[in-house]
Ligand binder design. Structure first.
Ligand SMILES: [Cu+2]
Length: 256
């Protein structure tokens, strides 16, 4: 796992990651230039205008044009970053959702201190869930009387997705605010009780990674760590098959 998280940004397994990383590096590059510029200016003025015998501070201000031009160009670069880079990526990631028909839909229900992952199963339809059915043996409150629920898969702290396929996740929380964080996917979204928040992503590499909770949510926050696997489509189909619930056993005739 440590090979994915070291110095710099984490490993990038997301189709949107390159654009997001470019923005992060761009902002840091400009901040670094500004930092060096201001630091040089500060050191220069400290030395140039230090107290010396025979020198007196000038109380009348000389108006230079250069600082104004500098200020305006910094503001313009910031506008360019926001409008040219940040808004398009934000719009793509937050608003331009992929077509639902070609996407895999997953429900993620956060709780203190675990991630409950709910797949619709072979029929592609989520079974009904009810709050009053929620318990340790039924973490999302799946309603067994709903025929769509029979093939649903619910895992705890195990998120599996196929590579190169859009994934739409509907995120919510049972108790307090958590934050669903997939560093390698450049996804971080608050999970808010009472709200169903959609997000989408697409992986372009396979591997085993992790889910973290990025919002301090209680004493067990540190152990709210999940496992996140990106499979080839074949491996994912196999995972779905291996984890599909066994069909309800046919009633057995009582032995005489
Ligand atoms: Cu949490």
């Amino acid at each position: 796992m440590s090979k994915y998280y070291g110095w710099g940004l984490p490993f990038n397994a997301s189709a949107n990651g390159a654009a997001i990383d470019r923005l992060i590096y761009g902002i840091h590059g400009i901040m670094f230039v500004l930092f060096i510029g201001w630091l040089t200016f500060l050191v220069y003025t400290l030395i140039r205008f230090r107290a010396r015998p025979g020198h007196q501070a000038a109380y009348k201000v000389h108006h230079f044009k250069a600082p104004t031009y500098l200020e305006v160009s910094v503001a313009l670069i910031e506008v360019l970053l926001l409008v040219g880079f940040s808004f398009p990526i934000m719009n793509h990631v937050k608003n331009q959702f992929p077509n639902e028909a070609g996407a895999l839909k997953i429900h993620v229900v956060a709780e203190q201190f675990a991630w409950n992952i709910h797949y619709p199963g072979a029929d592609g339809v989520f079974g009904k869930t009810r709050q009053d059915l929620m318990g340790s043996d039924n973490p999302v409150g799946l309603d067994p009387s709903d025929p769509h629920a029979a093939d649903d898969i619910v895992t705890i702290n195990q998120l599996h997705i196929p590579v190169n396929k859009p994934i739409i996740i509907n995120l919510t929380s049972k108790d307090v605010i958590h934050s669903f964080f997939l560093p390698v996917m450049r996804v971080k979204q608050d999970a808010i009780p009472g709200d169903l928040i959609p997000l989408w992503m697409e992986a372009n590499k396979t591997g085993d990674f992790e889910i973290a909770c990025a919002q301090l949510c209680g004493l067990g926050h540190y152990r709210m760590r999940g496992f996140f696997s990106i499979h080839t489509q074949e491996d994912f189909d196999k995972w779905l098959k291996d984890n599909a619930p066994a069909p309800a056993a046919a009633p057995v005739a009582p032995a005489v």
